[in-house]
Design a binder for this molecule. Sequence first.
Ligand SMILES: CCC(=O)Nc1cccc(Nc2nc(Nc3ccc(OCCOC)cc3)ncc2F)c1
Length: 281
Amino acid sequence: DRPAPATAGLSHDKWEIDHNELVLLEELGSGQFGVVRRGKWRGSIDVAVKMMKEGTMSEDDFIEEAKVMTKLQHTNLVQLYGVCSKNRPIFIVTEYMRHGSLLNHLRRHEQSLINNQGLLLDMCIQVCKGMAYLERHNYIHRDLAARNCLVGTENIVKVADFGLARYVLDDQYTSSGGSKFPIKWAPPEVLNYTRFSSKSDVWAYGVLMWEVFTCGKMPYGRLKNSEVVERVQKGIILEKPKACYKEVYDVMKKCWSPLPENRPSFRSLKDTLVNVSQSIL
Ligand SMILES: CCC(=O)Nc1cccc(Nc2nc(Nc3ccc(OCCOC)cc3)ncc2F)c1
């Protein structure tokens, strides 16, 4: 069948999708943004449609940004096809990923994955490739975690919701003191100064690697956010997952260097992980 077009076919506002061309199907889940449903676009293209609950997002700013996001295209990024912004709630229409979030996938398949270091490392490398593309385009994710990655057929893993955190209105989510802020994926400079960068994404990537090699455990277990902040500021880092080669854990530790400038770039991480993969597997 025809390859899915990178963005809406309409010429004038190519990021604008006509909601009459969408058929909404079953619900896939919901987040603080609202409900996400599977859909069909122009009769045949599988899509995911995020129906943005009113008041959760600064919509006009997001619609402006959507023009940029539709241009970010990489095999390891969940493609933004466009938005339906003529009605409320606005719809965000993206590529559909058959097997859902990476976090749930890891937890559901723990038994078969826990001894497959090669596959776990390959998943990490795929996320790294998507993030290296964003880094090259000076695009910061701000909420990289296994819950924000998605799994497709043939164990394809893609990064989703990049940059979306900037448009969330709920300051419980956006301020580092907020109850919904992803503290466990945040480096010291974000906890102290909310200073986001591709190097803060690299810290979060190290935590995502830990999530992958523990098959979806919660980082720092049931510790309260305040206890995690204290540990991170003292330089206490996550322990080596049981099912994890020392060489892989060494890479995680580099991602958790206290100073952002001492953390590797995604570009160099990709080369390191590919070498580790070839040397140990
Ligand atoms: C803020 C939280 C938030 O967005 N959450 C959120 C929830 C749900 C789906 C999405 N997004 C996308 N999902 C898919 N595929 C998908 C397939 C199966 C599935 O199984 C659910 C039941 O499992 C037993 C879930 C998702 N493809 C692209 C998306 F973009 C985002």
